[in-house]
Design a protein around this ligand. Sequence first.
Ligand code: HEC
Length: 473
Amino acid sequence: MSLQEFLLLASRTAILFLESSIFGTLALSALAGRVVGRRMVRTMLACLLILFPLWLAAQSAQMSDTHSFAALPSAVMLVLQASWVGHLALVRIAAWTLVWLILRVGGRGGWSRHWAMLPAGLALALHAGAGHAAATGDTLLFLAVLAHVLAAASWIGGLSALWLALDGPNPSLLVARYAWFGLICVIVVVATAVAQALELTGGIVGLVGTAYGHVILVKIALLACLLVLACRHRFSLAPRLPRSLPVLRRSVLLESVIGLAVLVAASLLSTLPPGAHDQPTWPFAYRLSFELLDDLELRAEMLNALRALGGAALLLLLAVLSRRVRWFAVATALAITWFAIPHFDLLLAPTEPTYYWQSTTGYTPQSIASGKAAYIEHCAACHGPNGAGDGALGVGLPVPPADLTAPHLWNHPDGELYWWITHGVIGPDGKLAMAGFGTTLDDDTVWALIDFLHANNPNKPDDLTLGAPHHHH
Ligand code: HEC
């Protein structure tokens, strides 16, 4: 990460944190029925105004790709005048000013706190408007993100104000009310996160295989920590107030710090391509696969292993119910499990890291044509002019070149073909049967080649899963 990227991330996170805290503090005042964190809101608004130019400079430098200070002013002007990000930034400044004005005019009155929540919420909502969801143009998804941002911000942002307010009168009532509020926020946060996950992360493969997915996993872990702390406050510490007040305050502070980490993850996400739009690199040597179960014998083996596990479960139940046979039953169940587990290897297929990559060409006539040219230049000598595996150069090889017009080519997804062409193919004897072309061919050419292989293969099975699975070990 360059200094510029770091500054951008840090200033963006700080702004998100301050905006959340302002909104959360106002929300907490409404919950508590009294004014909380008056001075804090004013200080935070001042900090926002100081941070804003820093963020704007870093953002503009990145968007116009300049590294010189001299070019910065014109880059900033360009962003403010001509970009969506710049326009949103101006609206954001207006919203902050409005919060300040309302609180100023309202003085100590409670009503101004409620009204100030409107522009404060608007400033937060703009984060949803600048994110990936808005870019997809999907209204439902956008609303989900909007609710997600508002709920998460008011929950996390309210914590610093809660920490302050615990010093005031009646902390146990406050904790109880905050717990209800937090519960509603968490339900909204989780429900809307699931909606986004389905759209943006690209499933399990996207979660474990892309940087975007990894940050989401970290976010989920942090959210779990927040939930544990929240339960501790509500059920363990709050009933023992006021004796537990020092512990509670420290714990709320910790929760707030973890909340900040969640916001760091959230702003990091907005800089990364969503998992669904990134090539996911599978991190494990195996993937779950049901291909082998097409074979009746192997399917029977699998069913027997499942039956054995069922028997082991019954034995464990027996161990719980009857004291007399307990140790015998547990030992037998363990032995059965020990012997049954290896059979589940049938469900694991060895897999290449690029297995889930998808072609970037769109299977156009142009890419097929350029794939054909590359095939004639690099592949035909071994695989033959028509791909039947009958090239002159292949005659003396220990493993004959594959027939690329055979139906089983279709059993291999694009990502697997990509791996073979770039990294080579291991033959049945465990040795490299074909060297990879990763250093000679660029990505576009490899995808084009794959398009040509498909266009050149007339034997696509009607039902793809019926083709006999073909394995390279
Ligand atoms: C030096 C000879 C040689 C050249 C050149 C060559 N291959 Fe191969 N190819 C092989 C051999 C040998 C195998 C292994 C067959 C096996 O394992 O059964 C193979 C296997 C493959 C497979 C795996 C097919 C399958 O289903 O098992 C693909 C795909 C493939 N080659 C594509 C290509 C492409 C595309 C090119 C050109 C960029 C190319 N090959 C160039 C010799 C060659």
